[in-house]
Design a protein around this ligand. Structure first.
Ligand code: NOJ
Ligand code: CA
Length: 570
């Protein structure tokens, strides 16, 4: 199936310029890197990462090849949920730096061609936000209606918690207001009512503010909850039109800015977030595929992953999936069947302490995969070749570990490991915000940027190479794709086609070698050129290629030769 525009012409024809490279819709072929300023690099020795520190490492990020940074919340906040409890939407947390530092950072990023998107956390504020303080203390204040109240304890007061086991209710009594208030997340995160026109206006103002400072868009927190109609006697219906209004506003202000939604919803519902005509959000994190990727990594059974890929195949032409392995949250397995979830827990989080909220895993990727380089490459190679835009989590490029001694999701939010120096070179302070991982396998003494930079076989250099190659394969993010029928079942082979070019990616999830026969298809299908090594394959008399894959082996294969001109006939 090709994707067509309103005029009936395939999208790629409309957007191609003469040399066949697309400059618009930058997010389609981007490589996103997410990080928290406070755990990246501390420049002034107070133990907390800051914008000056991050700015000094922009060369590192540009060198790695990523094209867009997603910054986790850095706003003034009591930091009871790592910044997802915002006390001022128009500020920079003083410990992360000043506005001057932020603008310098933005300038430096722009010089290096790096885009920046920031977290927009507007489903709820902190209870320390001046809006909530005024709302609770004065029933006549206009801010009262910014939030969601009930005089009596609503029936479902202990239902719908996002953090079961840690969070006890969704409606909590406020002794100051003398009413119950609604909070989908922790009780210090009262929900805002985005359907109140005043809140909506504020939301747009916040977006306009950061756009004016040069950001290229937003990662939007908790979108399904944001757009829900809220109230003790209201049916919790989702109002997707709010997303349309936000999109309009976004693009009036900044034509190429995007919104990347955090919405862990089933595939058919996802279309509502993109909008039938692609008129709502440009990007969504693909949680559906993410959960099945881990199932496949755990069991080598590729069937649910194939199913998930097909289920998320359809999307409006300009829309795009964000493909990721790990984020700052737990690996949420809530949408697998109980049997599938148990298999992933068995393989990757056998101890109860590794699991969280009855649905997820609070570990980093490397420890889950037992630090097996073959499996780390396999997982990353898969993520980089799934049809969408790859999103890399800081530290995964060097295979950082976690610290299960830290509570909840903080286990996987430890400081970036720059060197073998104290605190992994993150800070010169005697004590730091969150201790660096120091165990014998994943500790900064063994896993750090400085060492890996100088080792040509390091995971860091592998990641740099794979990013470079990925950026040269726009057919993965732009093209049409299909799953090739191959044996054995533990192998996933995908073929992407775009603008007369084609590519095949093959992944073997089994711990044993295998031989795979496949047809490359197309006029140049008699040759396959490995993009990551000197290998070339010629088809046999029947037109099929025979590939020998190692245990956990993978291949990125250009259909045809490398030296062909960029643009062919499509
Ligand atoms: C999703 C964020 O990713 C998570 O870290 C946070 O706790 C909740 N939303 C609440 O903002
Ligand atoms: Ca600092």
């Amino acid at each position: 199936m090709r994707r067509f525009t309103g005029s009936g012409r395939p999208l790629e024809h409309v957007l191609l310029n003469r040399i066949g490279v697309i400059h618009d819709l930058w997010y389609k072929n981007a490589v996103i890197y997410c990080l928290n300023v406070e755990t990246f690099l501390d420049s002034n020795g107070d133990g907390i990462g800051d914008f000056v520190g991050l700015t000094s490492r922009l060369d590192y990020l540009a060198g790695l090849g990523v094209t867009c940074l997603w910054l986790l919340p850095f706003y003034p906040s009591p930091n009871k949920d790592d910044g997802y409890d915002v006390a001022d939407y128009y500020g920079v947390h003083p410990r992360a730096g000043t506005f001057g530092d932020f603008v310098e950072f933005m300038n430096h990023a722009q010089q290096l061609g790096l885009r920046v998107i920031v977290d927009l956390v507007i489903n709820h504020s902190s209870n320390q936000h001046p809006w909530f303080k005024r709302a609770r203390s004065d029933p006549r204040s206009p801010f009262r209606q910014y939030y969601v109240w009930s005089k009596r304890r609503p029936k479902g007061w202990n239902k719908g918690m996002v953090f079961p086991g840690v969070q006890r209710a969704t409606w909590t009594w406020d002794p100051v207001a003398r009413e119950y208030y609604f909070h989908r997340f922790y009780d210090f995160q009262p929900d805002l009512d985005a359907h109140n026109p005043a809140v909506k206006e504020e939301l747009m103002r916040v977006m306009g503010f950061w756009l004016q400072l040069g950001v290229s868009g937003f990662r939007m927190d908790a979108v399904p909850f944001l757009i829900e109609r809220k109230g003790s006697d209201v049916r919790p219906q989702r109002d997707y039109e709010l997303l349309h209004d936000m999109r309009d506003f976004l693009q009036w202000r900044c034509r190429d800015a995007i919104m990347l939604a955090e919405a862990n919803v089933p595939p058919d519902e996802s279309m509502q977030y993109f909008g039938d005509h692609g008129d709502r959000l440009q990007m969504m994190l693909n949680f559906w595929v993410n959960q099945r990727m881990f199932y496949t990594l755990a069991t080598a059974d590729t069937a649910p992953l194939k199913h998930a890929l097909r289920a998320t195949y359809a999307r409006p032409p300009a829309a795009q999936w964000g493909m990721f392995l790990r984020t700052h949250d737990e690996l949420d397995l809530g949408r697998l069947t109980p049997g599938q979830r148990a298999a992933v827990f068995d393989a990757f989080a056998p101890e109860p302490d590794m699991q969280l909220y009855n649905r997820g895993i609070r570990r980093r990727l490397a420890p889950m995969l037992k630090n097996d380089r073959r499996r780390l490459e396999l997982a990353n190679s898969l993520m980089f070749t799934l049809p969408g835009t790859p999103i890399l989590r800081y530290g995964d490029e060097i295979g950082m570990g976690d610290d299960l001694g830290l509570p909840e999701r903080y286990a996987a939010r430890t400081p970036m490991q720059w060197s073998a120096d104290r605190h992994g070179g993150f800070s010169t302070a005697p004590r730091i915000l969150r201790r660096a991982v120091a165990d014998p396998i994943y500790g900064y003494q063994r896993v750090n940027v400085a060492d890996q930079r100088r080792d040509s076989n390091s995971l860091l250099n592998w990641t740099e190479r794979i990013i470079r190659t990925r950026k040269e394969c726009p057919e993965i993010s732009w093209g049409d794709w299909k799953i090739l029928p191959v044996q054995p079942r533990e192998v996933l082979a995908m073929r992407y086609q775009w603008n007369g070019r084609a590519l095949i990616a093959v992944h073997n999830f089994a711990d044993r070698p295998c031989a795979v026969r496949l047809r490359a298809e197309g006029p140049e299908g008699h040759t396959l050129t490995n993009l990551l090594s000197q290998e070339e394959s010629a088809a046999d008399a029947s037109g099929r290629h025979l590939l020998h894959l190692e245990p956990y082996g993978y291949r990125w294969l250009r259909v045809g030769r490398l030296d062909r001109p960029l643009r062919g006939s499509s």
